[in-house]
Ligand binder design. Structure first.
Ligand code: NAD
Length: 258
């Protein structure tokens, strides 16, 4: 097992990609702190992992709340042991014409996706530094590599996550802490369910045609699965990736290549 007895925190672990990362980490032997804004959703995933002989516990957590994240990190360490891995996965997305994007919506997307990642990185690095050891995986997106219409706030937040990742990778490379980002293409999770109609409007197609439209646009010819993102997270978190830091890895089926 590649993550045996490592203590791993995953934010937004109650759904979609985050839940799959929690399952994959647990299968590799990690003790997983499943955290989410929705405590019940986090507990559901943690219980499912425990039912299949994995080790997982749940915490309710708003990623942009500095005090709450620091308090939870203390509790997690007290309960599970020193932190080895922290995945800043929680995120939200909206498809909205730029001129209709209110200041409040802009602030919300930047607060959850970018400030939430900043807060998580601080909590993790503060606790990893004394042991000079740790791995951070930040969730960016293909939208962190290429801008897209009606996605200005989301793209800005995900480009920001890559800038943050590269900066921290350089700052802490000499102290045993690796920081990388994942850039998935489209994964049909609840996040997509919520923006399906707005996306269909943007493309002038029917909501029920969005999936096949996106599949046709992808060189590999299908969408990404949450498992495919989770496998890459396991790799980056493991000792198979000890010389990899500051990278933003595309999992895009060939859509983005830089
Ligand atoms: N689905 C995709 O196509 C796709 C592609 C690229 C990147 N991503 C990124 O992957 C991550 C996970 O996305 P997903 O598709 O699994 O979404 P999802 O909506 O299925 O899951 C996101 C989880 O984050 C939680 N969350 C939301 N706001 C939070 C907050 N403020 N504090 C704590 N938890 C919060 C939600 O409760 C939810 O359980 C996001 O960062 C997203 O931007 C998704």
């Amino acid at each position: 097992m590649r993550l045996a007895n490592r203590v791993a925190v995953v934010t937004g672990g109650g759904s979609g990609i985050g839940a799959e990362i929690c399952r994959a980490f647990a299968r590799e032997g990690a003790l997983v702190a499943v955290t989410d804004l929705r405590r019940e959703a986090a507990e559901q995933i943690a219980a499912e992992i425990r039912d299949s002989e994995g080790q997982a516990f749940s915490w309710g957590l708003e990623v942009s709340d500095h005090t709450a994240v620091e308090d939870a990190a203390d509790e997690i360490e007290k309960r599970l042991g020193p932190l080895d891995i922290w995945v800043n996965n929680a995120g939200i997305s909206r498809v909205v014409p730029f001129l209709d994007c209110t200041g409040d919506l802009w602030d919300l997307i930047i607060r959850v996706n970018l400030k939430g990642t900043f807060v998580g990185c601080q909590a993790a690095i503060r606790r990893m530094l004394p042991r000079k050891r740790g791995v951070i995986v930040n969730m960016s997106s293909q939208s962190g590599k290429v801008g897209n219409s009606r996605y200005a706030a989301y793209c800005a937040s995900k480009f920001g996550v890559i800038g943050l990742t590269q900066s921290l990778a350089r700052e802490f490379a000499g102290q045993g802490i690796r920081v990388n980002a994942l850039c998935p293409g489209v994964v049909f999770t609840p996040l997509w369910g919520a923006q399906l109609e707005d996306y269909a409007r943007k493309r002038n197609i029917r909501p029920e045609d969005v999936r096949s439209y996106l599949e046709e646009k992808t060189p590999i010819g299908r969408l990404c699965t949450p498992e495919e993102v989770a496998y890459t997270a396991v790799f980056l978190a493991s000792d198979d990736a000890t010389y990899i830091t500051g990278q933003a890895i595309n999992i895009t089926g060939g859509s983005v290549m830089h």
